[in-house]
Write a protein that binds this ligand. Structure first.
Ligand code: SAM
Length: 324
């Protein structure tokens, strides 16, 4: 429990700050702040942190980045985590570009669920927003379904003027494959020029547009993973659509259950707050886990009540360097 009575049992682990895509909203153009490889946690260090976290009551874990699939030892990390007592669920967030080749191997590690980012289906739009090839991602999504993960979800970050016309085609695609699709409000975690008021598309507006085409039936009791999305079933298309109103939902942080671990070993108790605690000295200077436990507990005690995204927040680190 944190100081506000929230149960915090979900740790999102960034295994790298490298990525093979260049999303407008995640990686500022000309970004040079890459961590040195030696500063990235090793597989053994990540598994040790997971053991400490599980000992403190963390039960759900997610591997993310950067792009986790660019890390060659990702399967080793996931296998090590799956063997830790107390670890109940391991998820993966990926851009999907390398999933076609790796889905089956990753499924065998104990990873149970996969979230694939998919902001557009039209190749030119996808390339403009994310700098990659959507055909690779679609092959990755199909491979993840074929590999038998318990859950495969699609994530779309909303950007007015960029991918608005993709919203309905994405809904139809999600319905066709029977996969939950989540629309995420743009958060100020990249260059401020990209994240302007003009680019911001609130989830409420997307819901209103979807209502022009179909009825949205609230699914208040539907648990689809461990995140903050509010889900609706589109009556005729059959799509299950979630909305992550990080900026417009004023209750957004009320049930926050998360902490983050960056690829260079910092614990971040809130995505939208600059506070970080460094685990690396304790990790590298001692084999005793007591100091690591103490840092986790301090991070929990100082977890803020709410993010600061609505207060002209300036990210000290962009999303790519924190881990989504
Ligand atoms: N590379 C992987 C991927 O593409 O999913 C994992 C890391 S990525 C940082 C995790 C999630 O954060 C993705 O769904 C991505 O679209 C989302 N994201 C990144 N920057 C964002 C921002 N500024 N606002 C909202 N979501 C963002």
């Amino acid at each position: 429990m944190d100081a506000f009575g929230r149960k915090v049992d979900y740790l999102r682990i960034s295994v790298t700050d490298r990525c093979n895509e260049r999303c407008l909203y995640c990686l500022p153009e000309g970004y040079k702040g890459w961590e040195r490889r030696a500063d990235h946690l090793t597989a053994a260090e990540i598994v040790r942190i997971v053991r400490v976290a599980a000992g403190l009551g963390f039960r759900k874990f997610r591997l993310t980045g950067g792009e986790p699939l660019v890390r060659a030892d990702l399967a080793e990390i996931a296998r090590g985590m799956a063997a830790v007592p107390g670890v109940e669920a391991i998820g993966l967030s990926t851009n999907g570009t390398r999933l076609a080749a790796l889905a089956a191997e990753l499924r065998a590690t104990g990873i149970r669920s996969v979230n694939v980012s998919l902001d557009a289906l039209t190749p030119e739009v996808y390339r403009r927003v994310r700098g990659g090839n959507v055909a690779d991602v679609l092959a990755g999504v199909r491979a993840a379904v074929a590999a038998g993960f318990e859950r495969v979800k699609l994530n779309c970050v909303l950007m007015r003027g960029q991918n608005e016309a993709e919203i309905w085609p994405l809904v139809l695609f999600a319905a066709e494959l029977g996969l939950p699709l989540r629309f995420i409000e743009l958060m100020p975690l990249s260059r401020t020029e990209v994240l302007t008021e003009d680019n911001f598309l609130p989830v409420g507006e997307v819901m209103a547009r979807l209502r022009e085409r179909d009825s949205l039936i609230p699914q208040p009791n539907r648990r689809v993973g461990h995140g903050p999305a509010k889900y609706y079933l589109l009556e005729r298309t059959g799509a299950l659509v979630g909305f992550i109103g990080a900026l417009t939902n004023l209750d957004f942080c009320e049930s926050c259950n998360k902490m983050r671990l960056t690829a260079d070993g910092k614990i971040r108790s809130c995505l939208g707050d600059h506070g970080e605690l460094d685990l690396r000295p304790a990790l590298r200077e001692s084999s005793d886990d007591a100091a690591l436990r103490g840092i986790f507990q301090q991070a929990l005690r100082t977890k803020p009540l709410a993010h600061q995204f609505r207060d002209a927040y300036q990210p000290a680190r962009p999303m790519i360097a924190i881990g989504g």
